[in-house]
Design a protein around this ligand. Structure first.
Ligand code: FAD
Length: 536
């Protein structure tokens, strides 16, 4: 007889012994019983799971083919040995204690053990042990069924490790990152994103940013989404509750498709679209840029003020010369009408004075510096007013002035010259700060609001100063008129220039007659849609 057949017989003999003890009925004499018996044996023998049957002390009485394949032990190597032969001795004692506690209590035990193959190689065994009871309910044998799960365990561990690696890379990123599914639900996020929750005091910052992005991008959002094209550098200004009140964030996004892994998608591949949204806090960079911008503006404004100063001085001087010149011209005309030889010399002198006076005025006229032409572009007045407030920040803070800055969000644009409008509002805000500082009223307040209707944009600049008496309100827009005491360095040209700039922008400026406390300048401009004829 061949060795393999011997082994098979041996195995069957062992199995028959065990079955004989377990189910003596199966070993009956009838033809049907024999059929059932050999079918049963073949099934256990060929089933692709390692099966062993032991006595109550784990002495191995039977092993199937798969057991030999998984452990490397043939039946003749292992029959009569204890199952502990398979133990790698790395499995903690507590696991065995739990195993025996469970099966001794006639319950099924399931768990993972570290086993050693006959060759010495370790493998992980996913083991189930079931006690076998006799008619009186006593344990007679144990049946053990195990699978080598080393490979799936390694794959699963690799996936987990990769996930941990990805998570730690994402977490160490200085950028807030979040993955959202097609229902805008957060699937994955990092530490920086979680920090945003408290920083911005919003339960789900992603939902907030998604709304901002969709509002800003309009149709472009769904176009990019359908083509899985990303977006970046979408910047948003946000009022937060933290120490930094105004913060700036830059958002970027990328869509990707992932195949579903649930049972529904096993035969029918389905996929889902996800969005990786990154949110970068660019407040510091924005502040630096803003500071640089304000420095540049200060230089431009200083240069403009210098030019304006020269213009005002020369225009003032020309204005003052005009008076005696007119008198000389009148005297000269009187003398000329007299046709009197006696005054011929005086007439000549007067004519000479008049000539050199006119030459002096012409020279001054030539010396008046030109104000540079600036480009006419759509302008958001909120931005201009914000910049002017920043330009005046030092004066506002050092004089402890309370600023109520109430810009209308989404203010339409007007067409105009940025620089001219900046000069206009700087003049009005400078005046307001002066008025507040000079007053000894209970509050030091400056209020600036913007608003709009169908045709116009309104700016109100209001201060808590002494105000301008009703009778002087029209005069303040006249050249060289000032409410300041004589000798002050104010030439009285500021509001003239302000009115000129408003006129150039087809706007209207007035002092609100209804304002009884302090002073309120109301300025209105036509919206961008209106025709605009250029500015100086
Ligand atoms: P052991 O001295 O055998 O026992 C460790 C602990 O188990 C001790 O606390 C002891 O009190 C308790 N214990 C041992 N035998 C009994 C008992 N008869 N009744 C109550 N408590 C007992 N182990 C593996 O490592 N790999 C396997 O694949 C494996 N398969 C098994 C299959 C079956 C069907 C059975 C019944 C057991 C199997 N075991 C297996 C367990 C094995 O028998 C050993 O208990 C284990 O390997 C620990 O061996 P050890 O020599 O380190 O300690």
């Amino acid at each position: 007889m061949k060795k393999t057949s011997l082994q098979f017989l041996q195995a069957h003999t062992n199995m028959a012994k065990v079955i004989g003890e377990l189910a003596p009925d199966l070993l009956g004499e009838g033809y049907g019983d024999k059929m059932l018996y050999s079918l049963f044996i073949e099934t256990v023998e060929q089933v692709p799971i390692a099966i062993s049957i032991t006595d109550k002390k784990a002495k191995i009485l039977y092993v199937n083919k798969e057991f030999s394949r998984v452990t490397g032990y043939r039946p003749e190597d292992i029959l009569g040995e204890n199952e502990s032969l398979l133990s790698d001795k790395r499995t903690p004692k507590e696991v065995y204690r739990d195993l025996w506690r469970t099966i001794s209590a006639k319950k099924i035990w399931r768990g993972t053990l570290c086993n050693r193959h006959k060759s010495g190689e370790r493998y992980l065994s996913d083991l189930t042990i079931a006690p076998m009871l006799n008619e009186s309910g006593a344990i007679t044998h144990y049946i053990g069924m195990h699978r080598d799960i080393t490979q799936p365990y390694e794959s699963e561990k690799k996936v987990i490790n990769q996930k941990l690696l990805i998570e730690s890379v994402i977490n160490s990123s200085p950028i807030a990152m979040v993955v959202l599914d097609d229902q805008d639900r957060v699937i994955l996020d990092n530490h920086n994103y979680k920090a945003l929750v408290s920083d911005l005091d919003r339960a789900e910052p992603a939902t907030y940013f998604l709304k901002l992005l969709r509002d800003e991008m309009g149709d472009l959002w769904s176009q990019l989404q359908s083509k899985e094209q990303g977006f970046n550098n979408r910047e948003f200004r946000i009022e937060s509750k933290g120490s930094q009140k105004i913060r700036w964030f830059s958002c970027a996004g990328n869509w990707f498709i992932e195949n579903e892994v649930n049972a529904d998608a096993f035969f029918e591949q389905t996929s889902k679209q996800y969005l990786i949204l990154t949110i970068t806090d660019i407040t510091r960079q924005r502040r630096q840029m803003e500071e640089l911008h304000i420095q540049t503006l200060k230089t431009i404004m200083a240069e403009d003020e210098r030019v304006r100063g020269i213009r005002e001085t020369l225009l003032g001087a020309m204005h003052q010369i005009q008076m005696p010149m007119n008198q000389i011209r009148a005297a000269e005309q009187i003398l000329r009408h007299k046709r009197d030889d006696q005054h011929a010399g005086l007439l000549q002198i007067l004519q000479q004075i008049q000539k050199s006076g006119e030459e002096a005025v012409a020279t001054m006229q030539k010396c008046i510096p030109e104000i540079l032409q600036t480009a006419v572009i759509p302008i958001n007045l909120n931005q201009i007013l914000h910049e002017v407030l920043l330009l005046n920040n030092q004066r506002i803070c050092s004089n402890d002035i309370e600023v109520h800055w109430q810009p209308l969000s989404k203010l339409p644009t007007i067409l105009g010259s940025e620089n001219r409008l900046r000069i206009l509002f700087k003049q009005l805000i400078d005046n307001a700060i002066d008025a507040v500082c000079e007053s000894d009223g209970p509050e030091q307040r400056l209020k600036i609001t913007t608003d709009t209707d169908a045709d116009l944009i309104y700016v109100c600049i209001e201060d808590s100063g002494a105000g301008i008496p009703v009778e002087k309100r029209a005069k303040v827009f006249e050249p060289f008129y000032t409410t300041r005491p004589m000798g002050s360095n104010q030439a009285g040209m500021g509001l003239v220039m302000a009115k000129e700039i408003v006129n150039q922008h087809h706007g209207f400026i007035e002092i609100d007659p209804d304002c009884d406390q302090g002073c309120r300048f109301k300025i209105s401009f036509p919206l961008h849609k209106q025709a605009f004829k250029g500015v100086e």
